[in-house]
Design a protein around this ligand. Structure first.
Ligand code: ZN
Length: 683
């Protein structure tokens, strides 16, 4: 059931904030109901759907004009503001209806040149459809139940059964001028309808009040859901989940990267980010014996093709059993089929299109679930969200007459829409775009600064820390599409668990920043063994175990990777009473070189940082006060006690980690970040 979220009190708050102008008040209610539509993923997801309101406003000459406020591109209904609903003069839009045809570029141009605010975003490509429905408020969604219905062969019969004459069908036409005209003609022939069901696409409702149009939307969707509920009896069991996801996901990632590299000709091809969905519903779907056939049926609504491609990659247990070679073969076959599809279709339309990446954006994996694939975590997440909705749509439709989407020509027209092609190549990826970076001690001063520095280069962060509360705060700062895992790294199996959690979330790992550490102070002569052993557990063995667990994943991926260590100047330049810290750090310093030697042939680079005197959990304000006093210095001079006479801060260490990450031919190197200290300088 979709819930009716209309609330008189909140609606009144929107009206109060809008002031006295009637047009502004209508627009405020439009913002309100757009948001409550956007809040429900059953109705719309990821910029899908659009809404509008028609108002009268005064132009500069005090003439009253009709204005359509319609969702602007780049806005999401869930978070929309009034400026996300740009105003367009209605009269020129109405005139267009008399034209026999209009290209998408011409349509966009007319819409843009009639904006009230020349700086406003592009009005939706469905603007004309909104303009040609005479009702004041128009709402358009891609609700899950509606999509199932819209893709069933008996849609006309079922719509008549559920709605009688209240909802009328519009045949499939790609969004734009032609769809708007057809829908308008159908509406004009049925002026009393409450809504339109666009075959293979979605649903419109309209009314003269914001609440009326919204409530029709909710009612219609619930009527369709009830129709399905009465028929869908048996539930498919979720089936047995494979335990091998931490092995399969990195293998898939590596195989995708190698096939992508073949097509781009880029030997340093970045690996994609993966987003696994292993819900009971997804696992049950993957148990079906017809998934290979269902995978050829296409998209739930044409919008999706841009995010998910027309078809997913299917990986059966048989393919998985063949290991990396089997995966690579299956992906290469997918790419070959995609290239053949592109060539066939590009020829049909007379050429001129630029082929998108031929590798899949979605994988259906038997025993594992559904995987979204993208160059970044958000693109993988969006593909996975839409992919999950498609599974629901297919399951519902298949149980009630079959899922039959648009054909290949329509699919290609949407995927290679000129308006989408125009956006290609405009955004330059950042240096570490999509790289999955695991930082231990991620909630501490250096760990957090490092996470931020990698994020600024486009990386996806996975933070690991002992302090669960601090980790939550740090994760919130990084935002959605980054993740974290609380664990004490000195516990048995902790490193494996941390890396496994990262793999389960993002599909693999590219860069380990092994940073967690703590200092124990004692003189050597009377040091209890426990003190030294405890320090070794964290300052050496935790690094060693993280390196082992990370290397295991990097080898499954088979496309290089990096291990970065926060060593310490103590590794080469001991301080009095810091033996318990310096000894394991000296071992970690050696570990950098040993690993670099052994992993070079796998393309895995291993580097470290020797930092000194950074304000952090190790070097607290109290400690700084104590040490500066013992040297007869004020805290500021103590902190700036280096050749450059400037304090070294956590972000300087973070920048050095990023610099090492970007130095493609550097390995077995330890970089000093201490403002200059001749005694601690290397070689
Ligand atoms: Zn739509």
């Amino acid at each position: 059931m979709v819930e009716n979220l209309w609330n008189d009190k909140i609606a009144a708050q929107f009206l109060d904030a809008a002031g006295d102008d009637d047009a502004d008040r209508q627009l405020a209610l439009r913002v309100y109901t757009s948001r409550i539509i956007g809040q429900d993923p059953e109705l719309v997801m990821h910029g899908g759907g659009n809404t509008s309101v028609k108002v009268r406003r005064k132009d500069l000459f005090q003439n009253s004009i009709d204005v359509l406020h319609v969702k602007g591109s780049g806005w999401d209904l869930e978070t929309i503001e009034a400026e996300g609903l740009p105003g367009v003069r209605m009269a020129p839009l109405a005139d267009l209806r008399n034209l026999p045809s209009l290209s998408d570029e011409e349509m966009v141009n007319v819409q843009r040149s009639n904006l009230l605010d020349s700086a406003a975003p592009n009005p939706s490509v469905e603007t004309l459809l909104h303009a040609y429905i005479p009702h004041k408020f128009v709402d358009h969604t891609h609700a899950t139940a509606m999509l199932a219905l819209a893709n069933m062969p008996d849609v006309a019969k079922i719509v008549a059964e559920i709605f009688g004459a209240r909802v009328v069908l519009v045949p499939y036409i790609m969004p734009g001028f032609e769809l708007a005209k057809t829908a308008a003609d159908i509406f004009d022939a049925n002026p009393d309808v409450e809504g339109l069901l666009l075959v293979n696409h979605g649903h419109f409702t309209f009314s003269n009040t914001a609440r009326g149009s919204y409530e029709l939307m909710i009612t219609h969707v619930n009527e369709v859901e009830a129709w399905f509920d009465n028929r869908t009896k048996s539930k498919v069991p979720a089936g047995r989940a494979l335990e091998r996801r931490t092995e399969i996901l990195p293998m898939l990632r590596g195989a995708l990267t190698r096939v992508m590299a073949k097509h781009t000709g880029n030997a340093d091809q970045s690996a994609p980010v993966l987003d696994l969905r292993a819900s009971d519903a997804a696992l049950a779907f993957m148990q079906r014996n017809d998934i290979e056939e269902l995978a050829t049926r296409g998209v739930a609504t044409p919008d999706h093709v841009i995010r998910t491609k027309g078809y997913p990659l299917v990986l059966t247990r048989q393919i998985l059993a063949d290991g990396p070679d089997g995966l690579e073969r299956a992906i290469a076959e997918f790419a070959d089929r995609y290239i053949a599809y592109f060539d066939r279709q590009n020829t049909r339309i007379g050429g001129g299109k630029t082929m998108l990446s031929p590798t899949p954006n979605l994988a259906w994996i038997e025993g594992l679930g559904l995987v979204g694939i993208g160059p970044t975590a958000p693109t993988a997440r969006i593909a996975a969200d839409l992919g999950e909705q498609t599974l629901q749509v297919m399951t519902l439709a298949e149980a009630n007459g079959g899922f039959h989407s648009i054909g290949e020509n329509d699919l290609f027209d949407m995927e290679y829409w000129s308006l989408e092609q125009a956006k290609l190549g405009k955004a330059k990826p950042r240096a570490l775009e999509g790289k999955i970076v695991l930082v231990t001690g991620g909630a501490g001063a250096i760990g957090m600064a490092t996470a931020k520095a990698f994020k600024a280069q486009g990386a996806t962060l996975f933070l690991v820390d002992l302090d669960a509360a601090a980790l939550e705060t740090s994760s919130a700062i990084l935002g959605q599409d980054h993740a974290s895992f609380a664990v004490n790294l000195v516990q048995t199996g902790a490193a494996e668990n941390a890396v496994e959690a990262c793999v389960a979330r993002f599909g693999g790992l590219d860069i380990l920043v092994s940073n967690a550490g703590a200092a124990w102070a004692h003189d050597m002569a009377s040091m209890p063994d426990d003190t030294l052993r405890n320090s070794f557990e964290l300052n050496f063995f935790a690094h060693h175990h993280m390196a082992q667990a990370a290397t295991n994943v990097l080898r499954h991926q088979g496309c290089g990777g990096q291990l970065l260590f926060n060593v310490s100047k103590q590794a080469v330049n001991p301080g009095k009473n810091f033996g318990a810290y310096g000894l394991p750090k000296a071992a970690t310093f050696f570990l950098v070189k040993q690993l670099a030697l052994e992993l070079g042939a796998n393309g895995i680079r291993v580097n470290g940082i020797n930092a000194d005197r950074i304000r952090s959990g190790l070097l607290t304000e109290e400690f700084i006060a104590q040490r500066s006093k013992s040297r007869n210095l004020d805290a500021k001079s103590y902190m700036a006690g280096n050749l450059l006479q400037r304090e070294v801060e956590a972000h300087h260490v973070a920048d050095a980690f990023v610099a090492l990450a970007l130095s493609e031919r550097t390995t077995a190197h330890v970089m000093t970040v201490d403002g200059g200290n001749i005694e601690a300088s290397l070689r």
